[in-house]
Design a protein around this ligand. Structure first.
Ligand code: SAH
Ligand code: SF4
Length: 430
């Protein structure tokens, strides 16, 4: 979601005449779009800001002005503290307010004494104000839903991104068509809780994600559809049908479980048990036997016992994830779990994370090894690490590298897989 937001901000600045640069030393405007989900991400912002301030001073010595802005969830959570801790920051906008970027940057340039902070949870949708966007390449993100009403006890999202809001069907379809027309072959529909999507159609009737997926699949020229991130309790039968019937829907689903222990899930305020989750996976595999699953895991949630942790490993052994993201529980201020008893010590969290990741990487490597010898359609997205090489994605989101001409970027090409490692595949264009 932050990548999507960053692209939208970059395109607003381009509309104002700014040019993107990789070198911070050359930038007249520097914006940090921030994440508050775990402590490490949030703290990194302040060290990055410190570095930006040094560059600002160096530029000042050369007579150059630099505007520093911060956007995203850290702003929403820290509010005035941002400007207090980093007084050289010129403006700070919450994740629902960055549509004001143009006017804010103009105002700052007009009055260099001004400090602008906006963390309103406004009733208006930012999407009504954002200028039209174009494809970012062969693969584009498209935000269809934002915010979350689930209030998992460890999570800051409902406090930083606000309540759940779905964009209307027509608006999403217009954006989807525009992205395809300007070069996207793949769309990844985004939402913190994407499968609880309930956008209104033109008659004011609420429609679910399955309805939207069917409509999007009708767009000529679009080859691949993904959606992320889903909440297990909100996977309905219509959505499962899509995995059976929609050829454009990729055979890969990110469906976080967080923990395999019912006790922990309950204290996390997740609305599903381990067995309910496994049943959803089973139904998805019945609908499409080729589907590959991915998940998020948290280890060391307050009160997690060794037995609870073994239940998580059990889920991994049952589902055999082809990819996964796993984290040590991070105590987030203001969340109910942060004041729960029995916080787990760092050493235990570290050991559990290591054990879990060893197992997850094992399955991931096995899955990647099964790809060797197969021919698969790869959407090349960029240059690879080596000269003459391109990097792309398989239908299963695997990173694939192959020697290929630059003209194949943003195209789907058949590639025979030759070698596999845990994180990538190497192949040959055929
Ligand atoms: N809405 C999605 C993802 C939300 S955030 C979902 O419910 O799955 C992405 C991931 O960050 C979560 O799935 C969770 O695994 C992790 N996460 C969120 N809060 C965390 C915390 N306090 N400590 C560690 N990991 C956390
Ligand atoms: Fe956070 Fe996801 Fe839970 Fe919402 S469903 S509170 S975004 S972890």
């Amino acid at each position: 979601m932050n990548v999507y937001d960053s692209h939208r901000m970059a395109s607003m600045l381009k509309d104002m005449g700014f040019i993107e640069t990789d070198a911070q030393e050359d930038a007249d405007v520097v914006i940090f779009n921030t994440c508050h989900i775990r402590e490490k991400a949030a703290e990194k912002v302040f060290s990055d800001l410190g570095r930006a301030y040094l560059i600002k001073q160096e530029r000042q010595n050369k007579g150059l002005d630099t505007v520093i802005g911060v956007t995203g969830c850290v702003v929403q959570a820290e509010d005035k503290e941002i400007i207090k801790r980093a007084p050289y920051v010129d403006f700070a906008l919450g994740p629902l307010r960055y549509y004001r970027l143009k006017e804010v940057v103009e105002e700052i340039f007009n009055n260099r004494e001004a400090k602008l902070l906006d963390t309103e949870f406004s009733a208006v949708s930012k999407f009504d104000f954002l200028p039209e966007n174009k494809a970012e390449g062969g693969c584009s993100y498209l935000a269809i839903q934002e915010g979350c009403n689930n209030f998992c006890t460890y999570c800051v999202v409902p406090y930083t991104r606000g309540v759940e809001v779905s964009r209307p069907i027509k608006e999403v379809l217009e954006e989807a068509k525009r992205l395809v027309k300007t070069g996207s072959l793949e769309l990844n529909l985004l939402g913190q809780n994407v499968n609880s999507y309930h956008g209104e159609d033109e008659n004011g009737k609420e429609r679910n994600l399955a309805y939207l997926l069917n409509k999007i699949a009708e767009i000529d020229g679009l080859e691949r559809i993904r959606y992320t991130t889903s909440y297990p309790a909100d996977v309905d039968d219509d959505l499962i049908e899509c995995h059976k019937n929609l050829k454009k829907l990729m055979p890969y689903l990110h469906l976080p479980i967080q923990s395999g222990s019912d006790d922990v899930l309950k204290r996390m305020n997740r609305r599903h048990t381990k067995d309910e989750y496994l049943r959803v996976v089973e139904k998805l595999k019945e609908a499409n036997p080729d589907i590959g699953m991915s998940s998020d895991f948290i280890v060391g949630f307050p009160g997690e016992t060794d037995k609870d942790f073994r239940d998580t490993l059990d889920v991994v052994n049952k589902v055999k994830y082809i990819q996964a993201f796993s984290f040590k529980y991070s105590r987030r201020p203001g969340t109910p779990a942060s004041i729960m008893d029995n916080q787990i010590e760092e050493k235990v969290k570290k050991e559990r994370l290591q054990e879990l990741q060893d197992l997850l990487f094992d399955y991931q490597l096995k899955f990647n090894q099964q790809s060797v010898g197969k021919v698969m359609p790869v959407l090349f997205e960029s240059k690879g690490r080596h000269e003459g090489q391109l990097a792309g994605r398989s239908p299963y989101m695997q990173n694939v590298y192959a020697e290929a001409d630059n003209s194949l970027v943003n195209k789907i090409v058949q590639v025979r897989i030759k070698r596999a490692s845990t994180n990538s595949l190497k192949g040959e264009v055929i």
